[in-house]
Design a protein around this ligand. Structure first.
Ligand code: CO8
Length: 258
């Protein structure tokens, strides 16, 4: 499918989806989010793809929801269209791991989009923020909930209430991002991480994703029970036998997702 606001490339079992509205710092409008949802669905179905990298430009991952598209909307418009819920729910339904590779601005909906991915690798020039307060609104696709879980109440309140930005170093220190890399190397590092994931058992990576995400949704006791059951269940796979045999035979495993 031909996209106008994103660019998709598949190489070495990794789909790289690049947000591409440079004239608006990748602001998220309905066309972009629709195309992103389509591309994610296609990548999740594509047997050649085993991991996904979502990125933007060096200047902006995404500077938030498109303000020019939203400005004149009424409550009824937002409510009836369930503004961007179906598109963003699509991202949450993807079963393959998604890495957000963030350079430049990740603001408002852009920060929220990055937080919906499985982990974030930040470039040294990354800037995260939830500046919706400056527009007289609040975050709308998870910013008050997810940022709080990542960085704790105090920093989340600070960012949401003052609208200040967090740089890459603070984001790493606060647990928002998994690592910070030189800006010029961002895509290379994110793709290398995705290729590493792609070399694992596709069953185990999907189970990891489900289990870690479950830790946000349930009690510790239920989460531990779930983990124990899926750990036991993986002993029914050929990949478990292959992984453990390969270790004992001192060779690289050849996983077959079976
Ligand atoms: N929407 C629309 N256009 C934008 C946006 C945006 N969010 N951000 C930047 N642009 C446009 C600018 O209007 C400008 O266009 P033009 O050249 O035609 O005037 C172009 O991008 C370049 O921007 P600037 O000239 O402002 O660039 P600077 O380097 O001076 O500043 C900033 C960069 C600091 C990022 C600045 O552009 C800015 O503050 N942008 C707005 C950030 C913001 O408030 N984001 C939150 C938006 S609200 C939101 O995300 C709510 C999420 C709720 C859920 C939605 C689901 C997706």
């Amino acid at each position: 499918m031909a996209y106008e606001t994103i660019v998709v490339e598949v190489a070495q079992h990794v789909a790289t989806i690049k947000l591409n509205r440079p004239e608006a710092l990748n602001a998220l409008n309905s066309q972009l989010l629709g195309e992103l949802a389509e591309a994610l669905k296609a990548a999740d179905k594509n047997e050649k793809v085993r991991a996904i990298v979502l990125t933007g430009s060096e200047k902006a991952f995404a500077a938030g929801a498109d303000i020019s598209e939203m400005a004149s909307k009424s409550f009824v418009d937002m409510f009836e269209s369930d503004f961007f819920t179906p598109e963003t729910e699509m991202l949450l339904s993807v079963r393959k791991p998604i890495i957000a590779a963030v350079a430049g601005y990740a603001l408002g909906g852009g920060c929220e989009l990055a937080m919906m991915c499985d982990f974030i690798i930040a470039a040294e020039n990354a800037k995260f923020g939830q500046p919706e307060i400056n527009l007289g609104v609040v975050a709308g696709i998870g910013g008050t909930q997810r940022l709080t879980r990542f960085v704790g109440k105090s920093k989340a309140m600070d960012m949401h209430l003052t609208g200040r930005f967090m740089d890459a170093e603070e984001a790493e220190r606060s647990g928002l991002v998994s690592r910070v890399v030189p800006t010029k190397k961002l895509l290379e590092e994110a793709q290398a991480a995705a290729q590493k994931i792609a070399s694992k058992s596709g069953i185990a990576t999907k189970v990891v994703k489900e289990a870690v995400n479950r830790s946000y949704e349930t009690t510790l006791r239920e989460g531990l029970l779930y983990e124990r059951r899926v750990f036991h269940a993986l002993f029914s796979t050929e990949d478990q036998k292959e992984g453990m045999d390969a270790f004992l035979e001192k060779r690289e495993p050849q996983f077959r997702d079976k």
